[in-house]
Structures are given as structure tokens and as C-alpha cells.
Write a protein that binds this ligand. Structure first.
Ligand SMILES: Nc1nc2c(ncn2[C@@H]2O[C@H](COP(=O)(O)OP(=O)(O)OP(=O)(O)O)[C@@H](O)[C@H]2O)c(=O)[nH]1
Length: 374
């Protein structure tokens, strides 16, 4: 079944931050929960056949419209308005039921308790004083109404033993507990997801979508441990775009960014399963190749990447397509070796590749350095 866009949590709010999305989804959940609860409530009132309860059910229509407004405003990104509308609509919907239609015989006032508990997680921290007042007022109403008998409607006192009143009473109690439980579960779920998203963001380079330095550091340690267990060499390729400063200076920083993205895509496409491509720094990339075997295998893989970048063209709006080249330094980390010295060797090999003309691959332990060139 296709879920209407306005109701869907998974596809909603694609453009906002992880934390903002968490709040927005929480607002959607509470709005849907409140709608569901009060729809059942209104259903029981209508089914009772009692004209007063029927009018009470009709009085929930503005509340339902307000909930749709909350969902809509939330999607539009008017999250502050959506949050306050949600809380005030719940509050006034409950107040209407309690003070105009039921009094305290039906425990609709339990929803004041719900509103008081939910408010701090929904309302913005920025409005903390207003939130505090909202919470205090609702908890006061909840405690006060629980301790007094407020028979607003004489008909309701007469109908006290009817199935409708019992149902509404039971529903209000059950909803109080279940709503809080669902909210806690939802918050836990969203917190875990937000944590995962933030962890992914912290290890991802925003421009290219590759692993960033922080991400690759952890990965390197893991891959080295695996290689050491298998007694194999972990091969690393440090890659630098040639004359990249010229691209920025001659065209623009935006074109420079496009060039970085294109090289990142080409390297990722050329990497084999099990290889990892990361953005190592400005215009430098690092490729981790755990299963290349010997230096020939690593050099062949690096050469394939070099050729592929050189064969690509970066489309330009008002100029001829741009051809980019890269220089690559390759080094291996033996099972008992350390990453820092392998990176340093790869850097030196890269330096040799640059100083001997660029657009080439140099393997650190090759006596002549230059293994492949065009
Ligand atoms: N557009 C863009 N440029 C960047 C980014 N990060 C670093 N750079 C640029 O990359 C350039 C690196 O230039 P250099 O280190 O002089 O190297 P180069 O021009 O590539 O020369 P060689 O490496 O010797 O071939 C600098 O101009 C940086 O500003 C980025 O994220 N986007």
C-alpha cells in the first residue's frame, strides 16, 4: 500500500539535518498518535447515540484539521509553527472535551498529562520558558482534575454507567500509558538512527561522498589487522591531481570541485570489491587495496586508475572539455609494518612521480621508481 507522502516518515524531510529530521519525525509521530487516539474517542462518542456526545465528537473536527495543518507545516519546513500548533491543538481539544462535554467522569483529562510529558521533547529548547509554563500548566490541570469531581454535564452523570462512558474512560487510561510507551520507543529508535547518521557524516567527505581522513584512519587500522592475520601486504596508493591549482585559478573553485567529484567517481568505479577509496586531503586521494598480492598487482591497479582518469573528460559550460591527470605513489604495509611509514613511502613515491613529469605511477620499492608512464 502506498503511504501518502505527508504521512510517510521514511521519505520525508530529505533536506534537513539529522537532528532537525529527528524532531520533525517526532512531531509527525505525535500528530498521528493524537489523531488516532482522538478518532477512536470520537468514534465511541458517535456510536453512543447520545446527542451531547455526538456534538462532542463533532467538536473534534477543528482538532483534526489542526493535525493535518501540523503535518503540512512540518513538511513545508515551518517546524516551529508546526510544533506549537500540535501542542496547543491537543491542549484545546482536550480542554473542550473536559470542560464543555464531560467533566472529569471520563478521564479525558489524562491527555493533559500526556501533553505535559510530551511538550519538552516537541517544543523548541529556544522557547524553554514558554515550554516550562506549558508543562507546569498541563501537569497542574492533570493533578487538579484528578482530585476534584467536575460534573459539567448532568446527562453524563445520569449515563455514568453506560458502555460509552466506560469505553471512553478505559480508552483514556490505556492511551495515556500506550502513547507514552510509543513515544519513548520512537525517541529511542530515532536517537539510534541519528547516531548512525552522524557517525556516517563524521566519516564522509561532503564534497565527494568518499570516506574522509577520520573514516579512513579507523579503516586502515582494521585492514592492517586483517592483513597481518593473513600474512599479506596491505597496498596503499596516494593519488594527487596534477596541476590542480591551475584548474581552480583558470576556471573556478566550482569547476575545481566538479573535477574532484569526477576523479572520485572514476577512482571508485575502478576500485575492485574490497578496495576502499578515500579523500585524503585537498586534492589527494588514498586507495586501500587489501588483496593486490605483490607490488605488480598494486601497480597494475594504480595504472588502471591513472589511465581511466586520463581518458575521462570534464564537461565545461563555455569551454572545451577538460582532461585531468593524476600522479600516484604506491607502497605496501607488510604484516609487521606500520601505516605511517607506508604512507610516508607512498608520499615519497608520489613526489617522484610528480618530479619526473606527472601522470604516472611510481611504486616505492621499485629501484627505478617509475613503473608506468605515458
Ligand atoms: N576546488 C577545490 N580546490 C581545492 C580543494 N582542496 C584543495 N584545493 C586546491 O588544490 C590546490 C592544490 O594545489 P597544489 O598543492 O599547489 O598542487 P597542484 O596545483 O595540483 O600541483 P601539483 O600537485 O604539483 O601537480 C590548491 O589550489 C587548493 O586550494 C577543494 O576542496 N576544492
Amino acid at each position: 500500500m502506498k503511504i501518502p507522502r505527508i504521512l510517510s516518515n521514511t521519505i520525508a524531510f530529505p533536506t534537513i539535518s539529522a537532528i532537525g529530521r529527528r524532531k520533525a519525525e517526532l512531531v509527525t509521530s505525535v500528530a498521528l498518535l493524537a489523531c488516532g487516539n482522538l478518532a477512536v474517542y470520537a468514534g465511541a462518542q458517535v456510536a453512543s447515540g447520545d446527542p451531547k456526545l455526538f456534538v462532542a465528537a463533532l467538536s473534534l473536527i477543528p482538532f483534526l484539521i489542526a493535525m493535518l495543518g501540523v503535518l503540512w507545516l512540518n513538511r513545508l519546513g515551518r517546524r516551529m509553527v508546526a510544533r506549537w500548533l500540535l501542542m496547543t491543538a491537543i491542549s484545546s481539544g482536550v480542554a473542550t472535551q473536559v470542560f464543555i462535554f464531560h467533566g472529569t467522569d471520563v478521564r479525558t483529562y489524562f491527555f493533559f498529562g500526556c501533553a505535559g510529558i510530551v511538550a519538552p521533547v516537541i517544543l523548541p529548547w529556544r522557547h524553554r520558558m514558554a515550554t516550562l509554563l506549558f508543562v507546569a500548566f498541563h501537569l497542574f490541570l492533570f493533578v487538579w482534575l484528578d482530585s476534584v469531581e467536575l460534573h459539567v454535564s448532568p446527562e453524563l452523570v445520569a449515563a455514568h454507567e453506560s458502555w460509552t462512558i466506560r469505553t471512553l474512560d478505559a480508552w483514556a487510561r490505556a492511551t495515556f500509558i500506550v502513547s507514552i510507551a510509543i513515544l519513548i520507543w520512537k525517541m529511542e529508535f530515532l536517537t539510534r538512527r541519528t547516531e548512525r547518521e552522524l557517525a556516517a557524516l563524521a566519516t564522509t567527505d561532503a564534497l565527494t561522498g568518499l570516506l574522509n581522513r577520520r573514516g579512513v584512519d579507523a579503516l586502515l587500522k582494521h585492514e592492517l589487522a586483517t592483513a597481518a592475520r593473513r600474512h599479506t601486504t596491505l597496498w596503499l596508493a596516494v593519488i594527487d591531481i596534477d596541476h590542480f591549482k591551475l584548474v581552480n585559478d583558470r576556471f573556478s573553485h566550482a569547476i575545481g570541485d566538479s573535477a574532484l567529484r569526477q576523479v572520485a567517481q572514476t577512482l571508485s568505479a575502478q576500485a575492485r570489491d574490497g578496495d576502499f577509496v578515500a579523500r585524503w586531503g585537498g586534492e589527494e586521494f588514498l586507495v586501500i587495496m587489501p588483496s593486490c598480492g605483490d607490488s605488480n598487482g598494486a601497480a597494475t591497479a594504480a595504472e588502471r586508475m591513472r589511465q581511466s582518469v586520463a581518458a575521462g573528460k570534464l564537461a565545461m559550460a563555455h569551454a572545451a572539455p577538460l582532461t585531468l591527470t593524476i600522479s600516484i605513489g604506491v607502497a605496501g604495509v607488510p604484516p609487521d609494518g606500520d601505516i605511517a611509514s607506508a604512507i610516508s613511502q607512498a608520499d615519497q613515491a608520489l613526489y617522484r612521480a610528480k618530479s619526473s613529469g606527472r601522470n604516472r605511477v611510481v611504486v616505492a620499492d621499485e629501484p627505478h621508481g617509475i613503473l608506468a608512464q605515458r
